[in-house]
Design a binder for this molecule. Structure first.
Ligand code: PMP
Ligand code: GLU
Length: 412
């Protein structure tokens, strides 16, 4: 019997990030000790002032404008201006239920092909498939910190051919590599030369460990879409509050996105939008500095204790991921490798193949967020005092999982 589901939708599986989260929880319920290095979620509390605003606005029940609360869009416009020097006016900002939805709407509206550097986040390719946009993976290398060079990009564009509209997706700090891009200017020059659009996924940019906010839009504002939101820097993934900023010259694109929004989710829930005004009203600098410092300390702990002649890793620079590569010929692909690690040690990770790598490459994604962020945050007085002792005390699961993984790798 026919499944009555469209072929391209039948081909989709559940997003692997959410699937590993559920699988880990099931195993825990069955009594297994699991180190949850699979799902990428901020462990930190939402800043108190923002939670307070949510409570104060819980009674609001009216629908807001499709594009979102004007006051919130104004704050986001200012936030982007301060960080990138670019003016994305409020008419060009759309509030979305998570930035994931913003990206999906772009794929549905866009008529062209998508270039995704590998590694690229698990949802980019399925979303392009849903939008019937062809994907061109752009291979990157450890030696270039897992970002494409200008030359790599130019070669890829030339191989695709001239008549195509193209979007290049960039994400820095990067999920899954944890690396920060240091060649935006060079990439922007090539993008400009060929007139391609950029989708700059800046969901982790406030979690850059050097405390800098870098964006390719600084070099190519006229054709750069920016997505962001509360999920990572503010610890509010479950609130589902994201935004999209559309460059001024693409206002027509914005019109179509607005229609799509109005025909799907209508508008984002009202109390969260009011609370988010608070989130974008000040810099929350003390909160962010502490969060970054804790993540940096935990990331560096994992990096230093896992890296060996059997496990290659680049140092953590932002977000909360590392991308260990295991040297072995025993496993056929990275999924088999992750299954064996989960089985043997209880450490849950995602295979590199979910991020666009050749399945034969023994790359994995490790998310180092399996700790009580509320406790760690509460016991951190400033960003200078986080030493290994504190990591051991407040992130014991990360420490134990790292030891298990490191011992496992010794036998490869
Ligand atoms: N981009 C990347 C790279 C991510 O890891 C995530 C994680 N959820 C998102 C976008 C989407 O975030 P959200 O929809 O919660 O804004
Ligand atoms: N971004 C998170 C991750 O990569 C999970 C949330 C999601 O996929 O929407 O694990």
């Amino acid at each position: 019997m026919s499944s009555k589901v469209k072929k391209k939708i039948l081909g989709l599986k559940e997003s692997s990030t959410l699937a590993i989260n559920e699988k880990s929880k099931e195993l825990i319920l069955k009594g297994k000790k699991i180190y949850q290095f699979g799902f990428g979620q901020s462990p930190f509390p939402v800043p108190e002032k923002i939670v307070k605003k949510l409570k104060e606005n819980a009674h609001r029940k009216e629908y807001l404008p499709i594009q979102g609360l004007p006051e919130l869009r104004k704050k986001i416009s200012n936030y982007l201006f301060e960080r990138t020097g670019n003016n994305y006016p409020i008419e060009n900002i759309l509030i979305t239920p998570g930035s994931k939805e913003a990206m999906l709407l772009i794929h549905i509206a866009f008529d062209g092909d998508i270039i995704i550097p590998a590694p690229g986040w698990v949802s980019y390719k399925p979303q392009a498939d849903i939008g019937s946009n062809k994907v061109h993976w752009l291979e990157t290398y450890r030696s270039n910190n897992w970002f494409p060079s200008g030359k790599d990009l130019e070669k890829k564009i030339k191989s695709i051919g001239k008549r195509k509209n193209l979007i290049l997706i960039l994400n820095s700090p990067n999920n899954p590599s944890g690396s920060v891009c240091d060649n935006f200017q060079e990439l922007a020059q090539v993008a400009k030369k060929y007139g391609i659009l950029i989708l700059s996924d800046e969901i982790y940019t406030d979690l850059t460990f050097t405390n800098e906010y870098n964006s390719i839009s600084k070099f190519y504002p006229e054709s750069t879409f920016i997505t962001g939101g509360l999920s990572k820097w503010c610890g509010a993934g479950g609130w589902r509050l994201g935004f999209l900023a559309v460059p001024k010259k693409l206002s027509e694109f914005m019109k179509s996105l607005k229609s799509l929004a109005s025909e799907s989710y209508s508008t984002v829930n009202t109390p969260t939008q009011y609370a988010s005004v608070e989130a974008y009203s000040s810099n929350h600098e003390i909160y962010k500095i502490k969060v970054r410092a804790i993540l940096k300390a935990v990331g560096n702990y994992v990096y230093s204790n896992l890296k060996s002649n059997k496990v290659l890793i680049n140092p953590p620079q932002g977000a909360f991921y590392l991308m260990p590569e295991f040297k072995n010929k025993k496993f056929k692909n990275s999924t088999q490798l992750c299954d064996a690690i989960l089985n043997d040690t209880g450490v849950a990770m995602l295979p590199g193949s979910d991020f666009g790598f050749n399945p034969k490459k023994m790359l994995t994604r490790l998310s180092y967020t399996d700790f009580d962020g509320i406790e760690f945050f509460k016991n951190t007085s400033d960003h200078k005092t986080i030493d290994v002792k504190m990591v051991k005390r407040y992130a014991p699961n990360v420490v134990e999982g790292t030891t298990k993984l490191s011992n496992w790798a010794k036998n490869l």
